[in-house]
Design a binder for this molecule. Sequence first.
Ligand SMILES: Nc1ncnc2c1ncn2[C@@H]1O[C@H](COP(=O)(O)OP(=O)(O)O)[C@@H](O)[C@H]1O
Ligand SMILES: [Mg+2]
Length: 262
Amino acid sequence: MSRAIVFTSGKGGVGKSTLTLGVGRALADIGCRVAIIDTDIGLNNLDVLMGVENKVIYDITDVIENRCRLSQALIADGDGNGLFLLPSSHGYEQCRGDGQSFREVVMRLKASFEFVLIDCPAGIEFGFHRAVAAADEAIVVTSAHLSALKDAAKVAALIGSYRLPCKLVINRVRGDLILSGETLTVEEIKNSMNVDVLGVVPEDDRINSISCGSSSIGRGDGKNAVKLLASNIYGTSDDIFDATKKYRGFFGGLKRKLRGKV
Ligand SMILES: Nc1ncnc2c1ncn2[C@@H]1O[C@H](COP(=O)(O)OP(=O)(O)O)[C@@H](O)[C@H]1O
Ligand SMILES: [Mg+2]
């Protein structure tokens, strides 16, 4: 059965777009057909992140207002890896779709894709409600910062009012700071949020590395954690990436010291 999952957060800049794309590519890598929708109307991100902004002719507003067919607006990622993007419109004034029309677009995508991943705009305004109302499940993305956690808790409560299953992903986790007691541990976040943790993604500068090709999302720990998150979503694993592992032991201690000096 096809699943529509919204990636949301409340706070901007915590990694929703990065993880929507990363999970989409990881699911496509294991053979799933995946559509991702950029619902950040007017502030298009995903086409830029995917490196396909020059290919955008039609967008979600054109689909909703019947100026094109859905298939004409979809842009393929990489070399036919099974991932497609429905881009957001570039002009704020063009945004006329309501919750019902978004839901219809998602329903039509679900007829041909196993996963429809919805990248939600920041905030809890109309754009948030429109994106959440179109989904079957929600992933709340947060960093370990208190302000992001506060917003994530608020968003999780709002999602509860939609009766959607909701899980938490903690992004940009600094294993070195967890070990030195300077930031909350995954366990502490889990207990304070009262939402199940579906994944942890470490801080990793290579996460958006475009030098690795358009169908890749960087390499290293960030990529491995995103792959693990995707298989947790798919249901073939139930593991949480350990961001502290590489900072433990003798060499790990050296890495922590070095990182502290940067
Ligand atoms: N795990 C990570 N490690 C390092 N940088 C990250 C990570 N996740 C996201 N980023 C960076 O954070 C910034 C904001 O990410 P983005 O996905 O645009 O956030 P949002 O969609 O929530 O506004 C981007 O520059 C992105 O490269
Ligand atoms: Mg974004």
